[in-house]
Design a protein around this ligand. Structure first.
Ligand SMILES: *[C@@H]1O[C@H](CO)[C@@H](O)[C@H](O)[C@H]1NC(C)=O
Ligand SMILES: *[C@@H]1O[C@H](CO)[C@@H](O)[C@H](O)[C@H]1NC(C)=O
Ligand SMILES: *[C@@H]1O[C@H](CO)[C@@H](O)[C@H](O)[C@H]1NC(C)=O
Ligand SMILES: *[C@@H]1O[C@H](CO)[C@@H](O)[C@H](O)[C@H]1NC(C)=O
Ligand SMILES: *[C@@H]1O[C@H](CO)[C@@H](O)[C@H](O)[C@H]1NC(C)=O
Ligand SMILES: *[C@@H]1O[C@H](CO)[C@@H](O)[C@H](O)[C@H]1NC(C)=O
Ligand SMILES: *[C@@H]1O[C@H](CO)[C@@H](O)[C@H](O)[C@H]1NC(C)=O
Ligand SMILES: *[C@@H]1O[C@H](CO)[C@@H](O)[C@H](O)[C@H]1NC(C)=O
Length: 356
């Protein structure tokens, strides 16, 4: 639906797309507002109290605010406009070299931006970019976004993303409480572009440095897939189990070192020049591009909240939770209603104002 949002409004006839733009988020909010819980599928199928969808695909809309929709109970929010960043903290932090053979890092808001899409076949106009580069003075500029609206206990987090650029960078999408309560998706520019890393920290025994079985997985994507093109990554963290999914299919699952403590959700792109990340050459760059982020989660505060109400499935399509007990006709009914409603609005505008 949001593909229909169009930028400028030179005359009345071409404002019809704007009507779509104004109405479609209203439509989205109506759907989301009905939902009290949000359900997922797969081996970690669960229900969550909170839902967020951050859509970076069409952020050139002027006027902007119409496409943020929130439910009245505050538990679901769909953000498809600038500023999208409320609830996210762009890290501004100098991290001195941790060890002799590593580099100092500067996490800077300047390394985050909205990029214009120039890929011809792609229909969306923008995406979010995290950037990293090794400066002449030996400092690694890096980017990090921390989700700060809530810390979460259990989550299903998804993103459509790609990672590209010089060897030596790590793109992360993860939960973090501390170094031993952390669950990760990591994509490294030094790897073959078919490789993705999934881990529950710690992955090695701190005393012996031996790797812990089933705490970390290196997964190869399907033969024709590449981390440098858009893919949907999903991490589910539920009680006693973590599972990772790639483009809708489970690719790893474990009960080892599953985090138990309330955690932040983090997106970052970094390199410390160490063994794990590898080291860039001076001036080298890498990019972590994100089309959207979808978060389903509980918080410690919500654990005692009453259940019930409408359960909506998040699996219908990204950014559009729909009542999960709805008949297959529900969606077509919804779309048909929407269509006829639009036709009505458009006709009224055309007859009265436009004469087109
Ligand atoms: C979840 O549902 C979606 C939509 O039907 C499907 O594409 C996806 O493969 C399912 N994932 C799992 C793990 O069942
Ligand atoms: C989230 O909390 C609700 C109760 O508020 C509970 O029904 C649900 O099972 C919890 N989800 C997970 C993954 O623990
Ligand atoms: C993207 O394009 C818009 C105009 O459509 C322009 O204002 C903006 O500066 C561009 N952003 C970048 C990062 O090039
Ligand atoms: C989340 O946890 C971090 C680390 O403990 C803390 O600094 C932050 O204030 C917490 N945020 C919220 C919204 O509770
Ligand atoms: C991480 O946090 C958990 C829970 O708060 C705690 O039990 C554990 O000792 C912490 N680990 C470290 C390395 O601080
Ligand atoms: C995964 O790959 C990394 C290097 O990219 C390697 O250090 C690690 O040992 C591998 N882990 C497993 C479990 O294969
Ligand atoms: C699963 O987690 C619960 C707490 O969430 C704990 O009480 C239980 O012992 C765990 N079960 C296993 C098999 O580890
Ligand atoms: C993570 O924190 C939980 C809850 O505080 C704790 O029980 C668990 O041992 C921690 N996990 C690890 C791997 O330290």
């Amino acid at each position: 639906m949001r593909e229909l949002m169009i930028r400028s409004v030179p005359d009345m006839c071409s404002s019809i797309p704007l009507l779509f733009a104004l109405i479609s988020p209203f439509f989205l909010s109506n759907v989301a507002a009905e939902c009290n819980q949000f359900s997922t599928n797969g081996s970690t199928a669960a229900r969550y109290d909170f839902y967020r969808f951050y859509d970076f695909r069409n952020l050139h809309i002027s006027g902007d605010s119409p496409s943020i929709s929130a439910s009245s109970n505050g538990k679901s929010k769909i953000v498809a406009a600038t500023p999208w960043s409320s609830g996210w903290d762009s890290k501004n932090w100098h991290r001195p070299a941790a060890k002799e053979d590593t580099l100092p890092m500067q996490y800077a808001p300047s390394e985050l931006s909205i990029s214009n899409n120039t890929d011809a076949p792609e229909q969306h106009s923008t995406y979010l970019t995290l950037h990293t580069t090794l400066l002449q003075d030996g400092t690694q500029l890096a980017a990090e976004l921390d989700y700060t609206e809530y810390n979460v206990t259990y989550a299903s987090m998804r993103m459509s993303a790609r990672v590209h650029g010089a060897r030596g960078a790590v793109a992360g999408f993860f939960t973090y409480h501390n170094d031993t309560n952390e669950s990760d998706i990591e994509i490294m520019t030094g790897d073959p572009s078919s490789q993705v890393h999934y881990s529950n920290q710690p992955t090695t025994n701190p005393e012996t440095d031996a790797s812990i079985p089933d705490a970390t997985f290196n997964v190869s994507m399907a033969a024709d897939a590449s981390t440098s093109t858009w893919n949907v990554y999903r991490l589910d963290w539920v009680s006693n189990r973590s599972a990772w999914y790639l483009n809708g299919a489970q690719s790893a699952s474990t009960e080892v070192n599953v985090p138990g403590a309330e955690s932040m959700l983090i997106l970052n792109l970094w390199s410390n020049g160490g063994k794990f990340s590898g080291r860039m050459e001076t001036g080298d760059e890498a990019w972590f591009d994100i089309q959207w982020v979808e978060l389903l989660f509980n918080t410690t505060a919500s654990a005692s909240a009453p259940g019930g109400g409408t359960v909506c499935s998040a699996e219908h399509s990204p950014g559009s939770p729909v009542p999960s007990n709805a008949s297959p006709f529900y969606c077509s009914w919804l779309y048909a209603t929407y269509f006829w409603w639009l036709m009505g609005v458009v006709s009224v505008v055309c007859l009265n104002d436009c004469m087109c």
